[in-house]
Ligand binder design. Structure first.
Ligand SMILES: Cc1ncc(COP(=O)(O)O)c(C=O)c1O
Length: 379
C-alpha cells in the first residue's frame, strides 16, 4: 500500500507532470517571472470560475487579508469581529494593523462563526466582520450580510479553505463563497484545495473602485510607476505559480468531487460509532472538504490519534488552541471558558487524511483502523 499522507502532492503532480513541466519551462524561457501573461490569464480564468468581477492575485493568503483591511481604510482602534476558531492569520493581520480583534464563538456543527455571537459583539467601534469559511463550507453568509447591512459594516470573507464552495440564499440564488461580501481573500498554499507549488493568494471583489485600490496597495500604493498614492505593500503572485494554478484550476471541480467521494466513504464507515460525530453538511453550502474533521467524544481523541499513528496513519488537530487562549492574543477582555464551543472543539476535533489521491486500499486501512479502535474491549 502507498504510504498514507494528510496531503499527497506528489501523486497529484504525477497526473499533471508533463503539462506542469511545459508550463514552467515556458515561463522560464519567456523570463516573464513577475506579472507575466500567466498571471493575467489565471486572474481572468479565476474571475470566470468564481463569477466575480475582479480577482487580484497577491503573495499569500495572509497578505490578502492585510491588503483587504488596508484597502477598506480601517484605522487603528477599529474593531473587527472574527472567529475564535480559525488559523491565526485571520487575527494576526487585524493585530498587525493595530485594529482590535473581537473574537466570537462558532457553531458546533459547522465550525463556522455564529451570527448571534456576532450580533452580541457589535459596539460603536465595530467596522468589519471577517467570517472564515472553515474546512470547506461557507459560513452563514445571508445572516452575516444582513447584520452587516443593519450596522453598516464591511464583510471580508476569509476563503482560504473553501474555494469553489457554492452558497445558496433563502430565495434560491447562489454565489461562490468569497464573492458575497465586500471583499474575499484566499490562499494558494500548496496544501489548499487550489494549491500552488509555493506561496500565493488572491482577493476577490465586485466593487470596481475597491479593486483599483487593492491593486494599487498590493503594488506599493502605486498605479503609475514611481508615483505612490497610498502606503502599500509588495505582494505578488509570481508567474510560475500562476502557470501551475491555471493547470490545477482546470481540474478543481474534479478534485472537489474526489474529496467528496472520500468524505462519503468516511461518513458511511463511521456511521455506527456513537463516539464519533462526522462533519455536518450545512444545507446552504456545498462542502469542498478542505478538511474532513471528526469530533471525538468520551475524551478519546488523543488515544485515537495515537492508535492511528501506530498504524502509519497521519491525522491533525486543526486547531489545538482557541485564539483567545494563544499567548500572542491573550487579552484582559478574555478568559478561559468565554467561548465554550471553540474550547470544546479544540479538545475533540481530529482531521483525517483528505486529498485527491487516496485509493480504496488506503481508505479501507484508515476506516478499519478507526473501527478497530472503537471495537477494542475498553472503549
Ligand atoms: C483560514 C486561513 N486564513 C488565512 C490563511 C493564510 O494563508 P497563507 O498561508 O497563504 O498566508 C490560511 C492558510 O494557511 C487559512 O487557513
Amino acid at each position: 500500500m502507498k504510504k498514507i499522507q494528510m496531503v499527497d502532492l506528489v501523486s497529484q503532480y504525477e497526473e499533471i507532470q508533463e503539462e506542469v513541466g511545459r508550463a514552467i519551462s515556458d515561463v522560464i524561457r519567456s523570463s516573464a517571472f513577475i506579472n507575466g501573461p500567466d498571471v493575467k490569464a489565471f486572474q481572468e480564468e479565476l474571475e470566470e470560475y468564481l463569477g466575480v468581477r475582479h480577482v487580484i492575485p497577491c503573495g499569500n493568503g495572509t497578505d490578502a487579508l492585510q491588503i483587504a483591511m488596508m484597502a477598506l481604510d480601517l484605522k487603528p482602534g477599529d474593531e473587527v469581529i472574527t472567529s475564535d476558531f480559525t488559523f491565526v492569520a485571520t487575527a494576526e493581520v487585524i493585530g498587525l494593523l493595530q485594529l482590535v480583534p473581537v473574537l466570537v464563538d462558532v457553531d458546533p456543527d459547522t465550525f463556522n462563526i455564529d451570527p448571534e455571537a456576532i450580533r452580541a459583539a457589535i459596539t460603536d467601534k465595530t467596522k468589519a466582520i471577517v467570517p472564515v469559511h472553515l474546512f470547506g463550507q461557507s459560513a452563514p453568509m445571508e445572516e452575516i450580510l444582513k447584520i452587516a447591512k443593519e450596522h453598516d459594516l464591511y464583510v471580508i470573507e476569509d476563503n482560504a479553505q473553501a474555494i469553489g464552495a457554492d452558497y445558496t440564499f433563502g430565495d434560491g440564488k447562489t454565489g461562490k463563497a468569497g464573492t458575497l461580501g465586500h471583499v474575499g481573500t484566499t490562499s494558494f498554499f500548496p496544501s489548499k484545495n487550489l494549491g500552488a507549488y509555493g506561496d500565493g493568494g488572491a482577493l476577490f471583489t465586485n466593487d470596481d473602485a475597491l479593486a483599483a485600490r487593492i491593486r494599487s496597495i498590493a503594488n506599493h500604493g502605486s498605479t503609475e510607476r514611481y508615483y505612490h498614492d497610498h502606503i502599500g505593500v509588495n505582494s505578488r503572485l509570481d508567474s510560475i505559480q500562476a502557470a501551475v494554478l491555471r493547470i490545477k484550476l482546470r481540474r478543481l471541480k474534479e478534485y472537489s468531487a474526489r474529496r467528496r467521494q472520500t468524505a462519503d466513504f468516511y461518513d458511511a464507515a463511521f456511521a455506527g460509532i456513537p463516539q464519533l460525530k462526522t462533519p455536518v453538511r450545512f444545507e446552504r453550502s456545498t462542502h469542498e472538504f478542505h478538511q474532513y474533521t471528526l469530533q471525538v467524544g468520551d475524551g478519546l481523541r488523543d488515544a485515537l490519534r495515537a492508535h492511528l499513528a501506530e498504524h502509519d496513519i497521519p491525522s491533525m488537530i486543526y486547531y489545538p488552541v482557541p485564539l483567545h487562549l494563544q499567548k500572542a492574543y491573550k487579552d484582559d477582555r478574555y478568559n478561559a471558558g468565554d467561548f465554550p464551543v471553540t474550547e470544546a472543539l479544540c479538545d475533540t476535533v481530529l482531521s483525517l487524511p483528505m486529498q485527491t489521491e487516496l485509493d480504496r486500499e488506503q481508505l479501507e486501512h484508515i476506516t478499519e483502523t478507526v473501527k478497530s479502535f472503537f471495537n477494542s474491549p475498553n472503549k
